[in-house]
Design a protein around this ligand. Structure first.
Ligand code: ADP
Ligand code: ADP
Ligand code: MG
Length: 450
């Protein structure tokens, strides 16, 4: 394989995860760190670290010049972008390519195409995938009003370049439309440097279902089944699982086939995820977007399919074929992931940075903790509040739920506030056990859960 030394352009648990995958493959690693992360787990486990800038993301993890310069200077031949930061930045992927560095992800063209949700939607339609009704770019308020009346309120205003739930706004009536568009434009400009927004029909009772796909440079594409990510707050996922319960298999099969078709159509290479929304009332599903990177919740897919997705990313980027055929991928059992965050749910999820003074993670059969935290670790106020992902596997969904509850109960963290008690309350709720949740369930249920 033509990769020897990998530059890790990210931080936190995913940087540690990538270093570990590289080591297992016998690849050398160089980790980029900000001045706030010099002692990080990824940096300690890597062969080398390079401090690329100050603690603020734009000084370091979003600093294309500094990152590419450091990768070249340390004679790396590949760059792994992780998720978030520059993972879906076509300019970064191009800059790597221009310096002869293999970007461990899809081509800059694929990133750019799928990074614009309106453009992505056109490709999805070409593959016969249903898309959410509405969705045209907004030129002015008059056209937006016409569109919204045609679709019917409530509608959703979304950022075309969006990600991480940013720039999304529900609009109940015509009066609220103008200010919602202004709000979304402002948030999108600040977060993505692109103020374009669009509107689409709002699905009030929905599940979030996404299909993991993988392509290689020879044109092979497989899917690795789906994940349900319906436990969300502010359009961001908190609990994810695989497989998906309570959605007809023929619907899921159409999602899988459509996802593979879309990846083939655009000549997609490496790991990607196609996100859908499933309308519980009409039992229809719609294409939402494609994420052109490894996702936070990839471990649940790894657990049920017995694959190592980050390892496969390295193989494919190194010019090898996919390590599996479609028939090799046979899901078994059930897996659930909880995102553990340093936040105080009882105080509107206020971030809770600080030093971890006690750290007793759960151990045992069927449990995995992807985390960069440890005793004495300082949770920095500069970054995302996620301190780890607790992932379990069980023979079936009830077994996985039971295991997650007991592992959450056993997880002791002191020195910072965390969402562990809230996660446990969700897992223990009758609605969760019965699979009666939708993407707004958590927000509705928060008062009683807390
Ligand atoms: P996933 O889709 O993998 O579950 P999220 O949507 O929660 O992950 O996003 C993963 C991380 O990347 C989060 O920290 C989120 O804020 C960030 N992120 C996602 N999309 C973008 C984007 N387009 N630009 C910048 N950051 C993003
Ligand atoms: P992002 O790029 O920020 O991840 P998505 O388009 O994937 O944006 O949407 C994020 C979340 O917002 C979805 O998981 C879902 O919960 C909600 N959402 C998006 N579009 C709709 C819709 N048309 N109707 C209802 N909920 C939606
Ligand atoms: Mg999304």
């Amino acid at each position: 394989m033509n990769l020897r030394r990998v530059f890790v352009a990210n931080r936190g648990e995913i940087a540690a995860r990538i270093v570990s995958a590289c080591r297992s493959r016998g690849l050398q690693t160089v980790v980029a760190t900000s001045t706030a992360d010099v002692g990080s787990m990824a940096a300690r486990n890597a062969d080398r670290k390079v401090v690329v800038g100050g603690p603020r993301a734009h000084e370091s993890y979003l600093n294309i010049g500094a990152l590419v310069g450091a990768a070249v200077a340390t004679r790396c031949d590949g760059v792994h972008p992780g998720y978030g930061f520059l993972a879906e930045n076509a300019e970064f992927a191009s800059a790597c390519r221009e310096q002869g560095l293999k970007f461990i992800g899809p081509s800059p063209q694929n990133i750019a195409t799928m990074g614009n949700k309106l453009e992505a939607r056109r490709y999805a339609m070409e593959c016969g995938l249903p898309v959410v009704p509405g969705s045209v770019g907004i030129e002015d308020i008059h056209q937006a009003l016409l569109m919204a009346h045609e679709i019917g309120f409530p509608v959703l205003v979304k950022a075309a370049a969006g990600g991480g739930g940013q720039g999304i706004r529900i609009v109940d009536d015509a009066d609220a439309l103008k200010s919602a568009i202004e709000y979304s434009r402002g948030e999108a400009r600040a977060a993505f440097g692109d103020a374009s927004v669009y509107i689409e029909k709002y699905i009030p009772r929905a599940r979030h279902v996404e299909v993991q796909i993988f392509g290689d440079s020879s044109g092979n594409v497989v899917h690795l089944y789906e994940r349900d990510c319906s436990i969300q707050r502010r359009y961001q996922k908190i609990i994810e699982e695989s497989p998906t319960d309570g959605i007809p298999q023929r619907v899921l099969q159409r999602m899988r086939e459509g996802s593979v078709k879309l990846a083939r159509l655009i000549g997609y290479e490496n790991a990607g995820t196609i996100e859908y929304i499933y309308d519980i009332d009409s039992r229809e599903f719609y294409f939402l977007e494609m994420n052109t990177r490894i996702q936070v919740e990839h471990p649940v897919t790894e657990y049920v399919t017995g694959t190592d997705l980050v390892d496969a990313q390295l193989l494919v980027a190194g010019g090898l074929s996919l390590p599996w055929d479609q028939d090799d991928i046979q899901p078994f059992g059930h897996s659930i992931e909880c995102r553990i965050t340093a936040e105080d749910p009882s105080r509107q999820f206020h971030p809770s940075p600080g030093i971890i003074s006690e750290w007793f993670p759960p151990i045992g059969m069927g449990v995995r903790l992807d985390s960069h935290a440890h005793l004495g670790y300082t949770v920095s106020p500069y970054y995302d509040s996620m301190v780890g992902k607790l992932v379990v596997w069980g023979n079936d969904r009830p077994a996985a739920v039971h295991r997650m509850v007991s592992k959450l109960a056993a997880f002791r963290i002191e020195g910072i506030q965390t969402n562990i008690r809230l996660l446990k309350a969700i897992l223990e709720h009758e609605d969760f056990a019965q699979g009666l949740v939708d993407t707004k369930w958590l927000e509705r249920s928060l008062p009683s859960l807390l």
